[in-house]
Design a protein around this ligand. Sequence first.
Ligand code: PBG
Length: 322
Amino acid sequence: MLTRNLLVKKPIRIGTRGSKLALWQANHVAARLEQAGLPTEIVIITTRGDVVLDRSLDKIGAKGVFTEELEESLRTGHIDIAVHSAKDVQSSIPEDLELLAFMEREKVNDVIVSFDANLDLQRPDLVLGTSSTRRKAMLKRFLPHATTAEARGNLQTRLRKLEEGQYHALVLAYAGVHRMEYDGLIRYVLPETQYIPATGQGSVAIESARNLEPGLKAELRRVLDHPDTHLALVTERAFLRTMEGGCSIPSFALATLTPEGNVHLHGGLISLDGQQFIDVKQTAPANDAEALGIRIAETVLARGGQQILDDIRQVRSAENVA
Ligand SMILES: NCc1[nH]cc(CCC(=O)O)c1CC(=O)O
């Protein structure tokens, strides 16, 4: 590693999707590495999720739609690291790859974005754009008078649809809106205690091949990893893995650190119609983070979550036949 990065200064090849948000994230990583004296090069890679825009994610088999092509490039050595929104990374990644680092988390909330500064969330004909299963279900529960309409595509595409009047507002992750500098359009910040975010929301994950040079891996971790965020993400991802979810399942999980240094997890599952909402909260010592995630998921499944998942699978297989 010394030869490669300190003497020859061969740039670290950073793989990313080509959307503006993905590029922002890749440039954020590049800036950190450059500050630490490591030269970088950005390599844009198109994924299935960027190409298939006409179907909602739960219908194209959401597993890995934004990550597979990047992972293949890690294997071939075409890139050294892949940068992802942590939320888009599957709950289990292939054996030969690893998540090296989770960068410091942005505010985790979902927000309501609109061009209408006086948007009234209580208007009876309210139409909200979202394609997220979790958000649709939560809106059915907490804003039952609202209708939702599909809003696939990158942030710019969704905002264009909003501008065209397809909806009154969009429901989005604060993190993406902020990174794209659309903060001025945020009308409501949804409380994270009620609209609990998706696993990983607001953090950027760095993936590499397991066999990347150990010295380079250590350097990347040192520069890019945020230990508190890492602990939260390990907890949430253990939860998600046990739920067998991807972003196509309306599960949610938010881990936070307590002042004493323990990890607190609020995780659960909501039925597609928003009627059943199963959530569990527990705190555990930091060295028990992964077990906490697993335990909460098992509790949610036992308290009716398994039934909700079975119902969803039945609905989905009926849709796929039709
Ligand atoms: N589902 C796509 C996606 N993946 C990550 C973000 C935003 C950034 C983040 O949550 O870290 C978004 C857009 C959104 O949900 O509004």
